[in-house]
Design a protein around this ligand. Structure first.
Ligand code: NAD
Length: 283
């Protein structure tokens, strides 16, 4: 059963169907219209707005909605959860999600496994879902000390069936890593585009923007609600990353103001080598 049949929930559904392991996928959502679209696209088998009925037979419940919705969804399913159901999520932040699950689920928190697929796109909705979205991509699980090992094994199998490589870490480690390599870059992309768009000559600037601008800002086209929730949920780590980035920018500003070409070149060479080495690991 999937709450939120958008890009991520829909892609899990398609991947499981392709792998032939999901008997029946029930989609539960906020809008009947988008659920109907998911059904018409063949992403889900059944759509359900009656949560009691949907929870009744669910072996696994995947929550794939903007992270601020997690508490409300867990509250809605809690009365109908049976002892064998495993609950997981796909949210991009994990500390807030685990805290919410612990408070809402109480004794049944052991049935909850936090998860984050490190795959996605700036597109959203079931129409953007793809069966191979998680193929050879990482998925991080963040089990708590209380989490049942059977629940973790079940969610690992689910992601492996989607073609992903599964690893585990604490929610805190997860949130500090992704603040640096995902959340900060998204904020920078949003900030740059917002700055350009709000200038009086924005049309002229966009008119001449080319591939460098496109590559740097692709992720500024991402879902605003999702990124609002991620930013707020990981506020502390993200503020730390913004401070570190401001220091880096100040360093570049000073090198530039001092016309320190040698210093700029050393910094650019260091960054260029690191970027190229990283890119090789991604092939
Ligand atoms: P999406 O907008 O494509 O899909 C979200 C779906 O959730 C929509 O169908 C929406 O109608 C539904 N929804 C919203 N609130 C709901 C509620 N209260 N109850 C039921 N359904 C609800 O978004 P997405 O990209 O699939 O992201 C889903 C989650 O996955 C987010 O937590 C996001 O942080 C995480 N994630 C996204 C990416 C990415 O690149 N897009 C990558 C990894 C993880």
């Amino acid at each position: 059963m999937i709450f939120g049949v958008g890009l991520i929930g829909g892609s899990v559904a398609l991947a499981l169907k392709k792998a032939g392991i999901a008997v029946q996928i029930i989609g539960v959502g906020r809008s009947l219209e988008s659920l109907q679209e998911a059904k018409n696209l063949g992403v889900i088998d059944t759509l359900e707005i009656n949560i009691q009925a949907a929870c009744h037979a669910a072996e696994i419940i995947l929550i794939a909605v903007p992270v601020a919705q997690t508490t409300a969804i867990l509250q809605s399913i809690k009365p109908y959860l049976n002892a064998n159901t495993v609950i997981t999520d796909a949210g991009s932040t994990k500390g807030d999600v685990l805290a919410a699950a612990k408070i809402v689920l109480g004794e049944q928190f052991k049935q909850f496994v936090g998860g984050h697929p490190i795959a996605g796109a700036e597109k959203s909705g079931a129409s953007a879902a793809k069966a191979d979205l998680f193929q050879a991509k990482n998925v991080v699980l963040t089990p708590a000390p209380e989490t049942s090992i059977h629940a973790v094994a079940s969610i690992s199998r689910l992601w492996q069936a989607c073609g992903a490589n599964v690893s585990e870490m604490s929610a805190q480690t997860h949130d500090s890593i992704f603040a640096a390599v995902s959340h900060l870059p998204h904020l920078l992309a949003f900030a740059l585009v917002d700055d350009i768009a709000s200038r009086p000559n924005a049309e002229q600037l966009f008119g001449f923007a080319a591939s460098g601008f496109r590559d740097f800002t692709r992720i500024a086209g991402s879902h605003p609600e999702m990124w609002r929730d991620i930013s707020l949920a990981n506020k502390d780590a993200l503020l730390g990353e913004i401070n570190a980035f401001e220091e880096e920018l100040s360093q570049i500003k000073k090198l530039l103001a001092d016309e320190n070409g040698a210093g700029l070149q050393i910094l650019f060479e260091r960054a260029s080598t690191a970027r190229n080495n990283w890119a090789k690991t991604q092939q």
